[in-house]
Design a protein around this ligand. Structure first.
Ligand code: HEM
Ligand code: SF4
Length: 364
């Protein structure tokens, strides 16, 4: 019995290829629409000139984004994040090729055949394992140890711990589904006496292969195809859900770091492009409506990971003053429906935003 590739298999009465093609189109269309709605406020926001000195900006991206320079400031969470980030970089190629084989069974990443491909497969198996373990550790930290900085005072907004755990669980499912798919394929090959795909010893796919070794061939085939389906479903759900939660920074952090302010100790002008002599011609000064924020402020709202480090380090907060960065996100209409229905009028109604301006303008 040959193990069918997802593209050749049938799912109920639908061919795998058609099913996964539809899934790709729907998933990418939803993501494009959500991103469009997320970008619209930035286009209506106040200007802020951040397009100069590209080489310095790229160096900062290399240091703070790729190099994760600031994460070790919080040792436990920082180390976890660095491991997750490395896993993300390694597994980006894997996620792409895995999605592609649903549409075309013979798909192989260009340049990833032969020795390089073999080496990549081993690194990838360990990366999936490390990310899976990190998800469990991160969830245990949040559920059992509950670091105080994540807590939001009741008067200032809702807790977002459950959302964080849900997102961690989705990534864990992604890793497990990928490993089950690989493990079941290798188990079929071994049972049939074929040269089985090499899986890195003690990695998650390898553990899956060992655990599935005694399963019957039809069951292994079903398990592999089911795992592949769950992987793709989870991937697109996560892609479209992230822009509504604390993991949107996976997409936005690169841009937030690239466009970060370069000069310290230089205050931003009252309004970009407006000279001091023209200030009295402005209808208002400061932030009254959401569009009074600059596009960079908004990008930073999107990038906030709700980690509570700003409040943790803030002397005013320590002194009991009501400055609490975490609560700002609560004034944004949240949840899929609210964000898709975004309109400037809606934002204008959010008077509470004004009460939090100081928090933002003092921390960026
Ligand atoms: C410069 C880039 C980035 C910065 C500054 C950043 C920052 C952060 C911060 C501050 C947290 C909260 C950590 C904590 O709870 O203490 C976090 C969480 C997280 N980040 Fe990033 N991040 C970046 C890029 C990425 C990327 C590219 C990924 C892609 C996988 C990612 C995945 C995650 C995940 C999965 C969490 C949740 C961890 C948890 O809940 O414990 N981050 N990030
Ligand atoms: S703004 Fe505060 S809560 Fe948000 S990511 Fe930065 S330090 Fe964390």
């Amino acid at each position: 019995m040959e193990i069918q590739s997802p593209a050749q298999a049938s799912y109920w009465i639908v061919s795998g290829q058609s099913l996964f093609l539809v899934m790709h189109v729907l998933g990418l269309t939803c993501f494009a629409y959500i991103m469009y709605r997320r970008v619209v406020p930035l286009l209506r926001a106040q200007p802020d000139f951040r397009f100069d000195q590209p080489w310095i900006r790229l160096r900062r991206v290399a240091k703070y984004w790729l190099g994760q320079w600031r994460h070790p400031r919080y040792k436990g969470a920082g180390l976890l994040h660095i491991l997750i980030f490395i896993g993300f970089i390694v597994l980006a190629g894997r996620a792409f090729s895995l999605l592609m084989i649903g549409a075309s069974s013979g798909f192989a990443m260009p340049g990833f055949s032969g020795t390089l491909g073999h080496f990549y497969d081993i690194v990838r198996d360990y990366a999936a394992t490390v990310v899976f373990i990190c998800m469990i550790v991160a969830a245990v930290r949040r559920i059992v140890f509950k670091p105080a900085r994540y807590a939001v005072p009741a008067r200032l907004g809702r807790q977002r711990g459950q959302d964080a755990i849900f997102l961690l669980a989705l990534i864990a499912i992604l890793m497990l589904a990928d490993s089950l798919f690989e493990g079941s394929k290798a188990a079929v090959q071994t049972q049939q006496g074929q040269a089985s795909e090499f899986l890195a010893v003690f990695s998650l796919p390898w553990i899956c292969e060992q655990a599935l070794a005694s399963f019957s061939l039809p069951l292994l085939s079903k398990l592999g195809l089911g795992a592949y389906f769950i992987h793709n479903l989870t991937f697109y759900f996560l892609l479209c859900y992230r822009p509504f939660g604390i993991q949107f920074h996976v997409e936005t952090s690169l841009f937030s770091v690239y466009f970060a302010k370069l000069e310290r100790e230089v205050l931003k002008p009252v309004r970009w492009g407006v000279h001091d002599e023209q200030l009295d011609q402005l209808k208002s000064i400061g932030v009254k409506t959401f569009e009074d924020f600059t596009w960079k402020h908004m990008l930073d709202f999107y990038s906030c990971a709700d980690c509570g480090r700003c409040s943790d380090q803030c002397p005013s907060n320590a002194a009991g003053r009501p400055l609490w960065q975490l609560s700002l996100a609560d004034h944004e209409p949240s949840g899929p429906v609210a964000v898709l229905r975004w309109s400037p009028t809606r934002w204008r109604k959010l008077e509470a935003v004004r009460d939090r301006i100081m928090t933002v303008s003092t921390s960026r």
